[in-house]
Unconditional design. Structure first.
Length: 465
């Protein structure tokens, strides 16, 4: 007998500012690292217009309401609020998100706000970005503005989206900063600083907004050993620690996971920890754990030579292998999507069970979805492959809940088509199609996909897929 979804379950969908908004320099917005590093006129990725949600938000929120969402997870662009990251506030940017949040609330949609989704202000980056402790202060001031402005309206806050992906795949996402060359010790110093910034935001949030809830939003996936050979188990444990547990342990327990710390020390990459850092990390307690899930990863013991380095998967889901530690292995049991990402609904359940088991914090899934080359034919997008993907994943949430895991929300990626980090607008995830091509901007018309009607039915029935 399966446990039903809770009555107050958050049926949501996600976006991020730089991928959906466009209006990249509108109304006083400052440039972010994405604007600087990822504007490639000759390439596929162009965020200047995106889905132009900045100007279409009203129409979009109406569609979200029609879809039946009772939550919308989106990010606020730091550089709309504070254009240079640490200077003057931009009233027009602040007013924009008041309008968006007010429209959501008017439609009965709970705003779930990501404070920082990859788009560090370029001006801070030019001064050293996360390598500098001054950026921690800047983030705290930005957080304070957000809490003061929107605190009476927003209950759910997410600190930093996929900090682990920024550290592990910053080059692919465009976030490693300045030259894009930050590596090793400096990279993990940045990581440490981001945790301190997150901790300050969590403490401040609890001080200013006792009713609000705040948590981190890393990308977490189960790591499987290639076989039951004991050496493969060790390899999987090590990679799990470096990729996942380092991030969740620091966010939740305020301490470095022992295997991850041993890895950093072995590399000579351990960050400088100042007096008071560990106390701050320990004092900052999240109220929930949000995570993004797309796929699992499978690794085996290192062979000790360059054959370990075999890139598996694509983009930020990549597993590279590391000589002496682990090698990436293809999981023969799993199909892959058009971009080489392994599809593993059961691994979703494993991931939820493991997170609950280790941290005992309520979970919300802030991203999960299928990127595909959707086609608009005669005014219709027949994305049955997406319906199938989401259906299988939803079933696993239901099973996890029946296992005793506390899950309070699901926000598939994405509410509406937006610009993928790598493949531009042609790789789509949304329930709503945006009529836009790479070489020619069309009228940006919104079209409900087949998956829109499917998800609408799921929400209306309280979770029957
Ligand atoms: C996550 C990011 C999102 C989004 C998603 C899909 O890692 O948080 O911002 O990019 O992955 O990735 P892609 O667009 O590369 O398919």
């Amino acid at each position: 007998q399966l446990t039903p979804f809770p009555g107050d379950f958050l049926w949501g969908a996600s976006t991020s500012a730089y991928q959906v908004e466009g209006g990249w320099d509108a109304d006083g917005k400052g440039p972010s690292v994405i604007d600087i590093h990822m504007h490639r006129p000759e390439g596929v990725t162009d965020f200047t217009v995106a889905a132009d949600h900045y100007h279409h938000y009203s129409e979009d929120v109406e569609l979200f309401a029609e879809l039946g969402l009772n939550a919308y997870r989106f990010s606020i662009a730091w550089t709309r609020i504070v254009p240079d990251g640490d200077g003057e506030m931009n009233p027009a940017g602040v007013a924009h998100y008041h309008r968006v949040i007010d429209e959501l609330l008017a439609q009965g949609i709970e705003p779930v706000v990501t404070m920082y989704h990859f788009d560090l202000p370029a001006a801070l980056d030019a001064k050293g970005g996360w390598s500098e402790r001054a950026t921690i202060d800047a983030f705290e001031r930005y957080a304070q503005v957000l809490f003061q402005e929107y605190g009476s309206k927003v209950k759910f806050w997410l600190t930093i989206n996929e900090q682990n992906m920024m550290i592990l795949h910053g080059r692919a996402i465009g976030t490693t900063g300045r030259s894009g060359q930050v590596e090793g010790k400096e990279l993990y110093q940045q990581n440490h600083h981001m945790f301190l910034a997150q901790a300050r935001a969590m403490v401040l949030c609890h001080e200013l907004l006792p009713e609000a809830k705040i948590g981190p939003a890393p990308n977490i996936v189960s790591v499987y050993p290639a076989t039951c050979a004991p050496e493969d188990i060790i390899a999987a444990d090590d990679w799990d620690a470096i990729r996942n547990l380092l991030y969740v342990d620091l966010s939740v327990r305020g301490s470095y996971h022992n295997l991850a710390w041993a890895y950093l020390c072995a590399k000579g990459w351990e960050p400088e920890i100042l007096d008071g850092d560990l106390e701050l990390l320990a004092a900052a307690k999240p109220d929930f754990l949000a995570f993004n899930y797309y796929s699992t990863q499978t690794v085996g013991a290192s062979r000790g030579d360059s054959s370990d380095i075999q890139v598996r998967g694509g983009d930020q889901q990549v597993v590279r292998g590391e000589v002496g530690l682990y090698r990436a292995v293809k999981n023969e049991y799993l199909p892959v999507n058009a971009f080489g990402w392994e599809i593993d609904p059961v691994g979703f359940r494993t991931t939820m069970r493991r997170l609950w088991d280790r941290y005992r914090l309520p979970l919300i899934i802030t991203e999960n979805g299928l990127g595909a080359f959707d086609e608009l034919v005669d005014g219709r997008v027949r994305d049955d492959y997406r319906i199938e993907f989401l259906k299988l994943h939803l079933e696993q949430i239901r099973l996890a809940i029946s296992d005793g895991v506390e899950v309070f929300g699901y926000c598939p990626w994405t509410a509406i088509d937006l610009v993928s980090t790598h493949q531009g607008i042609s790789k789509r995830y949304g329930f709503i199609y945006v009529d836009r091509e790479e070489d020619a901007l069309k009228d940006l018309a919104r079209v409900r996909k087949d998956s829109f009607f499917w998800y609408q039915g799921v929400i209306a029935s309280g979770g029957d897929s």
